[in-house]
Design a binder for this molecule. Sequence first.
Ligand SMILES: Nc1ncnc2c1ncn2[C@@H]1O[C@H](COP(=O)(O)OP(=O)(O)OP(=O)(O)O)[C@@H](O)[C@H]1O
Ligand SMILES: [Mg+2]
Length: 218
Amino acid sequence: MKDKIIIDKISFSYINHNKEVKVFDKFSLILNNGEVTFLTGKNGSGKTTLTKLIMGIIKPTSGSIKLFGSDTSDMNLGQIGQIIGYVFQYPERQLFAPSVMEQLIFPLTFKGVSKEEAVEKAEEMIKLFQLTKVRNSYPYFLSYGEKRRLALASVLMSNPKYLILDEPTTSLDKERILVLSEVLNSLKAKKIGMLIVSHNNDFIKSHGDRIIELGGDL
Ligand SMILES: Nc1ncnc2c1ncn2[C@@H]1O[C@H](COP(=O)(O)OP(=O)(O)OP(=O)(O)O)[C@@H](O)[C@H]1O
Ligand SMILES: [Mg+2]
């Protein structure tokens, strides 16, 4: 219980032009912390929707989601975000600060960590994710690959217990995918579990403990 994410018989539909689009019907899945689970499936199969349900951004119409023993229906977005680091499929949506450095230190200074300590950690992230050139830039103007690396770096600043990455290799070049792979390996060594949405077979092969394919028409 305490080391699992338990998705229990959830149902979810979007309403599109007054029509119900059913994405999940009594769907269940157990994710183990310390394990890397890949989520695949064709476009529109519900991968991003599942990640948003786990993060509490949208709510299931029935069923429950438990994060390491706590029910998400009793938690707010901030509480879920403290436990699970989430990088969006379109990471520019989570970048809001006026500079790369401020984007990185915000999650820590917000929690009351001293600016000095936050900057020290941010410097490590900037180095690790090769963001030195853009450290003072406005995140909006970064390239897609830089935005994606910044989004992951800012999520890692708060030492999440579990990570959800939606298509993390998109817009990264080969060299940056290698850096990402090394970062994921080091997180895995620290027993941090991950749910990764991906279609990149090489990436899946080198990291995945488990592959879940969403699909099938409802
Ligand atoms: N905000 C929304 N309003 C209405 N329908 C939506 C919304 N978001 C997604 N959908 C629909 O729900 C279904 C699942 O979408 P989702 O984004 O979860 O798919 P996905 O597996 O992540 O696809 P992709 O591989 O293209 O990223 C799709 O049919 C999509 O059109
Ligand atoms: Mg998606």
